[in-house]
Design a protein around this ligand. Structure first.
Ligand code: DQA
Length: 138
């Protein structure tokens, strides 16, 4: 059975409550439940942290045994050389995802330390960005 993990960065624990006009009104746990039912032939693990080092630890932990990582590093996308380096260090392919279209937002969101080291990037499709990333691994 294929093993994937979705890793979410800071503030994504507040999905559904946080700026719903940008990020929607669904909580991530509701979405995850739906997606796990729909793709029941693969394992979809989930990890969220607001702490940069914990995200790096998780990437290292799963990076040699999982078939793929769907990563929304949230604000760390635009700042974290450490997360970029962690992706370079592992074997599992990473798909970078964003809920919003970061290129239609503030200039500081146009920079990504994740994109150059990812297999692909999917952004701007709401929570569907995660589903499209999962489909790319199937
Ligand atoms: C985000 C976009 C980031 O710029 C922002 O800091 C987030 C969420 C997105 O999914 O659209 O927290 O990664």
């Amino acid at each position: 059975m294929k093993k994937l993990i979705i890793i979410n960065g800071p503030n994504l624990n507040l999905l559904g409550k946080r700026e719903p006009e940008i990020y929607g009104s669904f909580s991530f746990s509701e979405f995850l439940e739906t997606i796990r039912e729909k793709y029941s032939n693969i394992t979809i693990d989930y990890f969220q942290s607001n702490i940069e080092g914990e995200l790096i630890d998780k990437i290292q932990e799963v990076g040699f045994t999982y078939d793929g990582i769907v990563l929304n590093a949230a604000a760390y996308t635009h700042t974290s050389i450490g997360i970029g380096d962690a992706i370079k260090a592992i074997e599992a392919p990473v798909i970078e995802v964003h809920i919003s279209n970061t290129f239609s937002r503030e200039e500081f969101r146009h920079q990504s330390y994740i994109s150059p080291v990812s297999k692909g990037v999917i952004l701007g499709f709401g929570l569907q960005s995660y589903e499209l990333a999962i489909q790319s691994f199937i």
